[in-house]
Design a protein around this ligand. Structure first.
Ligand code: ZN
Length: 264
């Protein structure tokens, strides 16, 4: 992943306020190893909302990966030394507290269909659904499972996870990256209601998956381009589209985020 610090923005890229204090924005969460920084780009109020969405994912779906891989954390003392699993054998369920080295953890992420906007569809208010994508974390995962000798259910993760919350985190990353690359005001942003007001009705329209990995190098990869989409007979829209591969090295899913529209 390239590391880059952009020029300071000097206003909140979410609500537009220029009122200080404005904090630096990590385009991909710091806790996932993100190294793209947009300085002075978020007011306190918006930062509260976006970091809450990030925390839900970091402490939910990404919690096992972050712990096993020792990804960066600002709260090292909260990093667990053990994970619970429940093991069912002969109809009896036992909860075991395993050291990380013995835990048969799984990398998790959602896998999505492409966003509906790229098919030329209008917003349909559909719920963003997804499939859970799972990969064993340790190479000796089978052995770790076999040692437990029963049907194993994971209990890792401090909070639950769901597809819309995951898509909201992607929306934030897409909006921040498109703004960093193209500039404030260069496009009409489409994701602000989803990011700031938890409006889930547009997530399936604007945030989805992509079948192929983003070309390039490194664990996380991100690109932005303008895509012309036919929305009707002789009618086109130019969308600002961000492609994002998280954890390419683990063969995790790739995403497409429609961050906005360019108007002629
Ligand atoms: Zn703001």
């Amino acid at each position: 992943m390239i590391s880059k610090t952009y020029l300071p923005v000097g206003l909140c890229i979410y609500c537009g306020t220029t009122e200080p204090p404005l904090s630096d924005e990590h385009i991909i969460p710091y806790a996932l190893g993100g190294k793209l920084i947009l300085p002075t780009a978020s007011c306190d109020e918006c930062a509260k909302v976006t970091s809450q969405v990030e925390q839900q994912n970091l402490r939910g779906i990404y919690w096992p990966s972050r712990t096993h891989m020792k990804l960066p954390t600002r709260r090292p003392r909260e990093r667990p030394k053990t994970f619970e699993v429940s093991v069912e054998k002969d109809g009896v369920e036992v909860v075991k507290d395993l050291p990380i080295a013995d835990h048969p953890g799984l990398h998790m992420a959602f896998d999505f269909d492409p966003p509906h906007a790229l098919y030329g569809l209008p917003p349909l208010g559909m719920v963003r659904t997804g499939r859970l994508s799972l990969r064993p974390i340790a190479e000796d995962n089978e052995r770790r499972l076999a040692r437990l000798g029963g049907r194993v259910t994971m209990r890792a993760g401090r909070v639950g996870y769901d597809a819309p919350t995951f898509a909201r985190m992607l929306a934030k990353t897409g909006h921040a990256y498109a703004t960093a690359e193209l500039g404030v005001g260069a496009f009409h942003p489409l994701l602000l209601d989803a990011i700031l007001r938890n409006d889930l009705s547009q997530l399936a329209w604007l945030v989805g998956g992509k079948p192929s990995v983003v070309p390039g190098e490194g664990r996380h990869r991100i690109t932005v381009d303008i895509r012309r989409v036919e929305v009707g007979r002789y009618s086109w829209k130019s969308y600002v589209v961000v492609d994002l591969s998280l954890f390419t090295d683990l063969e995790m899913p790739t995403y497409t985020i429609v961050a906005g529209e360019v108007r002629p």
